[in-house]
Design a protein around this ligand. Structure first.
Ligand code: UD1
Length: 433
């Protein structure tokens, strides 16, 4: 298993380029299931979850070509032939977003069999809202042997009011409704930019959707969708992670190829902490020459502060003067990184959904364990300011969602290297399908 070895102390200086958003690329790849024509997606990030999604689609009979480097991070997907409308447990357990194929499969083929995801490192992750919504659209859903089976001759329009805001739930049902017979109104939808990106791709494919970017989506179902070409939006969580890295290390970093509009809540919080941030088109410059001051954070659905930035903000809070209270409202168990940071010398107390961080503490290098994707990123950040050489185990978590983070960090001055028995990730994922 690969590990990162990081020697802390270097400020990050220079320019780093942001990759495409994994959380947008995943639903957009699933959207290709809705048509027998080719869907071409650009700016696909070279991360492990994309490879998992490719495997998922190929197992169903899709033709997927995935090329990086000179192929410009492009994938072409053709789902003319779908002979196995199924997402098996071995794929769903490695990537919960595999459940995103449920809606488009039922809509296109009239049947889908998808493994139930179960719990994960950040708590219970039910898909009850996906199921309830599909039933509202006329699907008959049964559960047996750990699998959900959904059937419908043709989905129909319906009214869906989400009890709780769910990102992939909104995306899954949006993909189901676009081929439904009649009008669907979905209320209390997620407003994350990745949902809007998917909606924009679907519109290019011929879908009729109103209210993109708002919490109410109105869909007029169409009988058929066609192929399209679409460029995936930049990854706001990767951008946010580098923003924090620059602020924590006292660096001067330009984060290019991002969408500053998607980073509003984080930039506002960093300003509150004393970080100087300047926006210029699709770039953000972070000047980390001020001392950091504590600030409270409460995770919320977009446009609030993202839960996917909570762990990284906790790393920053350990370097800020004063007490920061971090409240996690989206997931029930998303503080696994805190204990690892405490092992590095941080002063963090967990009280239910709140983490109380007292700073500033000098972190000292230790051997730590990455427990999930964003937790791993937070440990990399902590290691960048720690005294000595930190070893982070199980970095496969970080490889799920960050494109060659060690190369990008090294490019702006960090001392980080990958050790382990595995082949470099590029060699594993860069082959065409
Ligand atoms: C997506 C993101 C993930 C991010 C999360 C919250 C992708 C691939 N992943 O995950 O990175 O952390 O949004 O911004 O886009 N819930 C239910 N029933 C359901 C569905 C969700 O109770 O049927 C609950 C969840 O347990 C959680 C909350 O709703 O407490 C939000 O989850 P959700 O928005 O669905 O997260 P994901 O879409 O899985």
């Amino acid at each position: 298993m690969d590990k990162f070895v990081i020697r802390g102390g270097n400020p990050l200086v220079g320019t780093v380029r942001i990759s495409g958003a994994k959380n947008s690329a995943l639903p957009c790849m699933a959207a290709a299931l809705l048509t027998d024509e080719t869907v071409t997606l650009e700016n696909i990030p070279d991360v492990r979850d994309i490879e998992t999604e490719r495997k998922l689609l190929v197992a169903m009979g899709a033709e997927v070509e995935l090329g990086y480097g000179r192929a410009h991070h492009r994938t072409t997907i053709n789902c003319r032939k779908l002979d196995r409308a199924e997402a098996t447990y071995d794929l769903v357990k490695t990537m919960r977003a595999s459940t995103l194929v449920l809606g488009p499969l039922v809509a296109r083929t009239g049947a889908a069999r998808v493994s139930l995801p179960g719990g994960c490192a950040i708590g219970a992750r039910p898909i009850d809202l996906h199921i309830k919504g599909l039933e509202k659209l006329g699907a008959v859903v049964t559960q047996e042997h750990g699998y959900i089976e959904a059937k419908a001759d043709r989905l129909k329009g319906g009214h869906i009011l989400f009890d709780k805001i769910t990102v992939t739930g909104t995306e899954d049902l949006l993909m189901a409704a676009v081929l439904g017979d009649g009008e669907t109104v979905m209320e209390n939808c997620a407003r994350e930019p990745e949902v809007a990106d998917l909606a924009n791709l679907l519109i290019k494919m011929g879908a009729k959707i109103e209210g993109v970017g708002t919490s109410t989506l109105k869909i007029h179902g169409v009988a058929k969708l066609h192929g399209a070409k679409h460029r995936i939006i930049p990854d706001r969580i990767e951008a946010g992670t580098f923003l924090i890295a620059a602020a924590m290390t006292g660096g001067d970093l330009i984060i290019s190829g991002c969408d500053p509009q998607h980073l509003g809540a984080l930039v506002q919080k960093l300003n509150e902490c004393g970080v100087k941030v300047k926006q210029n088109g699709d770039s953000i410059r972070v000047m980390g020459d001020n001392p950091l001051t504590a600030a409270d954070v409460s995770t919320e659905e977009y446009p609030g502060f993202p839960t996917d930035m909570q762990a990284q903000f906790m790393a920053l809070a350990t370097q800020a003067d004063g007490t920061s209270v971090i409240t996690e409202n989206i997931f029930e168990n998303r503080f696994m990184h805190a204990q690892e940071m405490v092992r590095m010398g941080a002063n963090i107390k967990i009280e239910g959904r709140r983490a109380i961080v007292r700073g500033k503490t000098q972190l000292s290098a230790a051997a730590v364990l990455a427990s999930d994707l964003r937790a791993s990123a937070s440990l990399v950040l902590a290691a960048l300011v720690a005294d000595g050489e930190t070893i982070i185990d199980r970095v496969y978590h970080i490889d799920r969602g960050y494109e060659r983070i060690e190369e990008k960090l090294r490019g702006v001055g960090a001392q980080i290297r990958r050790i382990g028995e595995m082949l470099p990730r590029k060699a594993q994922t860069a082959q065409p399908a």
